[in-house]
Design a protein around this ligand. Structure first.
Ligand code: ZN
Length: 243
């Protein structure tokens, strides 16, 4: 295999951020051989998908290269048999995990049913799986989504789950995801009020750092007439009700 490589050198800061390593002297130098795209492809000529995935916009070649390089960077041998296909698996999984980046919530919410309702619509326990944008590690849990339909009618109940999914399948922070779902209901579904509560476990907290394995993070966003204290209390009662 011909291997056109370029050398990449970089210093790693000390892991604890103390910066002890002498003024301007990296503690450890790493040199990574970056395979040229053609060398990786030559070793995997079996039906790889190339270029920009038309459905999601993921650059398959670049995603494989990045995954290969990352494995190398952490001290793995990306070419050992067990993980040789991993860069391609990661690239293909990325299309699914981050599919929300190429999806427009407006198209999910545009279809309405002309039902005039003064009542709140609430769907509890919508499972979601997302990825924290700081560590690219999963966070997952449930979302509870309630809203008061506006004049344009109600959206299908399954669309609320789809809406959660569109925002979950992106690099995210839980607080922003919660706000985005509420804002989409107000702006794109014409809701008069909205409440979104999410409860999630973050693997970046469980696996590293503070190591709070069982910590659950709860965030909420409340918009429009849902801010009325009585209405908000009723929504929270329904969300927190057992069973
Ligand atoms: Zn994180």
């Amino acid at each position: 295999m011909t291997q056109m490589s370029e050398q990449v050198s970089g210093g790693l800061d000390s892991a604890d951020g103390s910066g002890q390593g002498g003024a301007g002297v990296p503690r450890r130098m790493v040199t990574i051989r970056v395979p040229a795209p053609e060398s990786f492809e030559a070793a995997h000529e079996d039906g790889l998908e190339h270029g920009i995935d038309p459905r999601t916009g993921v650059d398959m070649d670049a995603a494989r290269q990045a995954a290969w390089l990352y494995l190398k960077a952490i001290g793995e041998d990306p070419d050992r048999p067990g993980i040789r296909q991993s860069p391609d698996r990661i690239a293909r999984a990325s299309r699914e995990i981050f599919a929300g980046l190429s999806q427009d919530p407006a198209t999910i919410l545009e279809k309405r049913f002309p039902v005039q309702s003064e009542e709140m619509v609430l769907v509890r326990d919508i499972d979601f799986f997302s990825v924290c944008e700081h560590h690219l590690l999963p966070f997952f849990g449930v979302a509870h989504v309630g809203y008061f339909p506006g004049k344009s009618g109600v959206v299908g109940l399954s669309k609320l789950a789809r809406l959660v999914e569109v925002y979950a399948r992106r690099p995210q922070v839980q607080e922003r995801m919660t706000q985005q779902i509420a804002d989409a209901l107000m702006k794109q579904a014409g809701a008069r009020g909205a409440i979104v509560v999410t409860q999630a476990e973050h693997l970046c907290m469980a696996m590293r750092g503070v190591k709070k394995e069982n910590a659950r993070t709860i965030t909420s966003s409340i918009r429009g007439i849902m801010r009325n204290p009585t209405t908000r209390a009723e929504a929270m009662r329904l969300i927190l009700a057992q069973g």
